[in-house]
Design a protein around this ligand. Sequence first.
Ligand code: ZN
Ligand code: ZN
Length: 309
Amino acid sequence: MRVRFWGVRGSIPCPGPTTVRYGGNTPCLELRLPDRDRLVIIDAGSGLRELGNALLGRDLARGPLVTQLFLTHTHWDHIMGFPFFVPIYIPGTRLTVYGPATYEDESLADIVGGQLTYRYFPVRQTDLAANIQYVHLREGRYDLGEGLVVSTKYLNHPVLCLGYRFEYRGLTLCTAYDTEPFANVFCTDPGDPAFDEAIAEEGARAAAEENARVEAFFAGADLLIYDAQYTREEYQASKRGWGHSPMDHAVAAARRAGVRRLALFHHEPLRTDDQLDAQAAIHASGPDDPGPEIFFAREGTEIDLATGS
Ligand SMILES: [Zn+2]
Ligand SMILES: [Zn+2]
């Protein structure tokens, strides 16, 4: 399995001189099974536009594109690249879009394809040349054929958001974004009239169990791509409940879960390249550290999960 990062940024694209090294596009990952000539795409952020353009020269030269797109969730930064993915305008393209939908009365086709209405865009979904199918996913395990299996896990985010665990020939890629640690939702302040010790303890136990379930989900992964939008200080000061993790939580969770490599991901749009370098120095593993290799994801980086190169 090979993974390439086409977009690593959270919330909104932020091109410019201060983000040029890590990249300004929003989430999009390319997963390749080289021995099967198979392409799987994860998320349709603005990075999808450039992936589509690259496919024009590489894959389309060999015939119509057949691929699967897995959406972690339908927040705008994860679907905004879809209308700009050129293969959807090419006859013969077969695209299956998988993902969660939060509300029963909303379909993925409406949410994702609904960007293609004259209100927002000059082309309508019904005018697309590609054959596009939408598949709603819940928590579970799905056989994708040819030995590729994906498992899904609900994360902690304001809308339904799935972590993915792709397994193929003994190698594992996991995504765990957008998410933040589960926390006790009950009052924990003994001085507060609403405090109830038994309920507070139950809340703490429930949060710990959910966090353990998430860690079990990505245990032993060869590559874990984890939400790390905030520093600990930012998170504590004002970002709790926003659905994103502090970097040190991502690192600690990856260590506990025994992952091989950790890509810190979904960078805060205000974070400059120099600031990301500084955070990378803080969170890097030492040379004798038995823990995971840790890095901040950069646009354009490609990793072979077998070799790490
Ligand atoms: Zn996001
Ligand atoms: Zn989100």
